[in-house]
Design a protein around this ligand. Structure first.
Ligand SMILES: [Zn+2]
Length: 276
């Protein structure tokens, strides 16, 4: 009786010690990860579409060109005003880049933030009313309901321009929302920071530029699914709304959009840093 009680006490001690050591290791890992996230060193700017994939279109312009023009303006702003940050573009010319390659670029560099620039478009062939849809929308990768998938499905359609899409996106099935979840490996870890950045962007577009906004939405966007860092897809406006198409193609409109993204990055960077 006594011996077994002693044995139990011994095992309990060993057990407690093991748990404590494990906790210590876990705390250290978590600490190291938190510390490394404070070093905000690299931003990847992703101009949506390109080359054979024009994206959405308006009456006289293509999404791929608008996205690249805004991305370049944002690149310049960051390079001029945030010199301690490494700014990398997934494309700087009119060329096609596969969706998973865009995320790979950011992952290889251990980027701290991935900003993908796009234009929205209301569905073709619907009532005229649809072409009056306007405003920005910020997409964050996440769980979603089928009916909220419009933007994700349109943006994900880029993969059909890729030769090996069946191999590269095995398991991707637009009709099966659960398949999207399987694709995602990192998402939950970066969800909160992505939403925070999305909200900061939303605030800049609305309060500073007076744009209307559809807010921050969680959708199964493939280009974000593979990014191992906070990531937001910016739908900068509706290219098939004539007023917005004009704005999206104007120098002043593009400057305003790039500046709003730049200011949101500046605030975001400050927010995720510890007090100095
Ligand atoms: Zn797009």
């Amino acid at each position: 009786m006594r011996l077994s009680t002693l044995m139990n006490a011994q095992s309990l001690k060993v057990y407690t010690a093991t748990v404590l050591i494990l906790l210590l290791i876990l705390t250290q890992i978590a600490g190291a990860q938190t510390k490394s996230s404070f070093h905000f060193k690299t931003i990847v700017i992703d101009a949506g579409h390109g080359g054979k994939d024009p994206g959405a279109h308006g009456s006289h312009s293509y999404e791929k060109n608008v996205a690249l023009a805004i991305a370049k303006k944002l690149e310049r702003l960051l390079k001029n005003n945030m010199q301690d940050v490494n700014v990398v573009m997934t494309r700087s010319t009119d060329r096609f880049v596969e969706l998973n390659k865009r995320a790979d670029i950011a992952n290889r560099l251990n980027a701290n933030l991935f900003v993908s620039i796009h234009c929205n478009s209301s569905p073709e062939g619907t009532a005229k009313r649809a072409h009056k849809e306007k405003g920005v929308m910020l997409l964050v990768y996440g769980f979603h309901r089928k009916e909220e998938q419009l933007e994700a499905l349109r943006e994900n359609a880029s993969i059909y321009q890729e030769k090996d899409y069946k191999k590269n996106y095995a398991g991707y099935n637009e009709k099966d929302p659960t398949a999207m979840i399987v694709l995602n490996t990192f998402m939950q870890k970066y969800r909160k920071q992505s939403i925070l950045f999305g909200e900061l962007l939303n605030d800049q577009f609305v309060s500073h530029d007076g744009r209307s906004s559809r807010g921050v939405k969680e959708q199964g966007v493939l280009v974000l699914a593979h990014s191992a860092m906070p990531a937001v897809l910016v739908e900068t406006g509706y290219i098939n709304n004539s007023t917005e198409e004009k704005y999206l193609n104007s120098e002043s409109g593009q400057d305003a959009i790039a500046s709003s993204i730049y200011r949101a990055i500046k605030i975001y960077r400050r927010k995720i840093r510890p007090a100095e």
